[in-house]
Ligand binder design. Structure first.
Ligand SMILES: Cc1cc2nc3c(=O)[nH]c(=O)nc-3n(C[C@H](O)[C@H](O)[C@H](O)COP(=O)(O)OP(=O)(O)OC[C@H]3O[C@@H](n4cnc5c(N)ncnc54)[C@H](O)[C@@H]3O)c2cc1C
Length: 427
């Protein structure tokens, strides 16, 4: 069966004079990026069909709301942009049009007020994603966006048509323009499985392999560390080096896991750790378990006579190190080091950990890699596939948790839809 996409493009590549409402835009992927693209394109007057592989849209958005929907962040620009690391320039251009403030105003337009938490993160007042998503989808339907769930895009047919698997069989459509908003590769059970990578690569699109981002790391701990899985380490200061050898330090929290370590400070520095593992086979992370405690003072306190107390008791009394922090000290040091106040203080101050590998992308919060931004023009159209635009996490940028992920997904969805509109207008 062939869909009813309106053929607005003339054979010579010039646009026919069909009005915008007769131009069909197919959006594939019903996550935040695709939904925002649908809203923007519909507002511009395009005829919009949104295709989603799953039985409902926004499944990852809903999961993101489980621990408190962190919509965006109150950090001001250009600091905000810098969270996108080497892509700060490109993502910053998307944010020029739709930044954190605009996102909060947009949510308010859906009746969802937001507040800034103590960490600077921005949440809906009820912390939930479901009311926002429900209201948004309802409004999109009222605005005329047509939803096609259980429509799994499977690439392009030989004649260039978009091919879908649907409950009613195969469907081929030829829209006037397409926005791909297929997500990355984390939590594939929610729909974004990265299956699109070879299809785009086969069309000459440069795709950087999808990799774990905002991820935990494996450490070869001994078996008795397993009982501390889930235990928080806070506060700690993480010390690490970037690819250029520059030393960095960041205070935050992390959590011991069954296989190693994760948590917000680890997520924030994960790109450097991941790159070190790729380059060197492992990454060195040092944790200051007693932030703010001067090394000399720590040593002096640890030098006080133990008076028959165990090392564990001594660590707790002299340095405030107990529970999972003490377990880590015992894991990493040998008996001789633990009995030497200078070595023990040094270990507490900079506990060395060897990270062996990042956790698999399927279980991480987001993925890095994707369609290289160099393969796209400024309005996110694929240079090699005129009329096909990309948005969201499937693009090659990454950011830490804190609302930066969703903000860039929304902003890029908007930009791609505006690009598609302008392209269809023949501008
Ligand atoms: C547990 C968890 C918590 C998170 N918390 C936060 C948070 O608090 N704040 C934050 O900013 N970010 C958070 N994120 C990240 C955020 O949810 C994602 O970055 C965001 O959802 C990506 O949006 P997207 O539209 O690009 O892709 P997705 O949301 O992944 O949507 C892509 C859609 O495309 C569909 N699709 C894929 N392939 C096909 C196909 N072949 N055919 C048709 N449809 C297809 C998928 O089914 C999916 O619905 C969290 C992520 C996870 C996993």
């Amino acid at each position: 069966m062939r869909g009813s996409g309106v053929q607005a493009r003339c054979h010579n590549g010039a646009m026919s004079a069909a009005p915008l409402h007769a131009r069909t835009l197919a959006i594939i992927g019903g996550g935040p990026a695709g939904l925002m693209a649908a809203e923007t394109a519909r507002a511009a007057g395009l005829s919009v069909d949104l295709y989603e592989a799953k039985g409902s849209v926004g499944r990852k958005f809903l999961i993101a709301g489980k621990g408190g929907m962190n919509l965006t962040h109150s950090e001001t620009r250009p600091g905000f942009d810098a969270r996108y690391r080497e892509r700060a320039g490109e993502v910053g251009a998307w944010l020029d049009d739709f930044d954190a403030e605009a996102l909060r105003a947009w949510a308010a337009g859906l009746g969802v007020e937001t507040f800034v938490g103590s960490s600077g993160r921005v949440f809906p007042t009820d912390l939930k994603a479901a009311p926002l998503l429900r209201g948004w989808v309802r409004r999109l339907k009222e605005q005329g966006v047509r939803f096609h769930v259980q429509h799994r895009w499977t690439g392009w047919a030989d004649d260039g048509a978009l091919r879908f698997d649907t409950p009613d069989g195969a469907l081929h459509i030829e829209p006037d323009a397409t926005v791909l908003a297929l997500g990355g590769a984390s939590w594939p059970q929610l729909g974004s499985d990265g299956a699109w990578q070879p299809w785009l690569a086969a069309r000459g699109v440069e795709v950087a392999p999808l990799k774990p981002a905002n991820c935990g790391f494996d450490i070869a701990f001994s078996a008795h560390m397993a009982k501390h899985a889930g235990a928080p380490l806070k506060p700690v200061v993480a010390h690490w080096r970037d690819a250029q050898g520059n030393a960095h330090a960041q205070q935050g929290e992390c959590v011991l896991t069954e296989t190693g370590i994760e948590g917000s400070v680890i997520y924030a520095i994960a790109p450097d750790l991941r790159e070190a593992i790729e380059r060197d086979g492992s990454a060195r992370l040092e944790l200051d378990l007693a932030p703010g405690r001067d090394l000399d003072r720590l040593m002096t306190e640890l030098s006080r006579p133990r008076k028959g107390r165990s090392i564990g008791d001594h660590l707790r009394r002299a340095a405030g190190i107990e529970g999972p922090k003490a377990a880590l000290v015992f894991e990493v040091t040998d008996a001789a080091a633990r009995n030497d106040p200078a070595q023990l203080a040094a270990a507490i101050h900079r506990l060395p950990l060897t990270l062996q590998r990042a956790r698999p992308v399927a279980e991480t919060i987001s993925s890095a890699g994707g369609v290289r931004l160099e393969a796209l023009d400024a309005v996110l159209m694929l240079a090699g596939l005129p009329g096909t635009f990309c948005a969201g996490e499937m693009l090659d940028w990454e950011a830490p948790t804190g609302g930066y992920l969703l903000t860039a997904c929304f902003a890029s969805g908007r930009r791609a839809a505006k690009g598609a509109t302008a392209w269809l207008q023949g501008l």
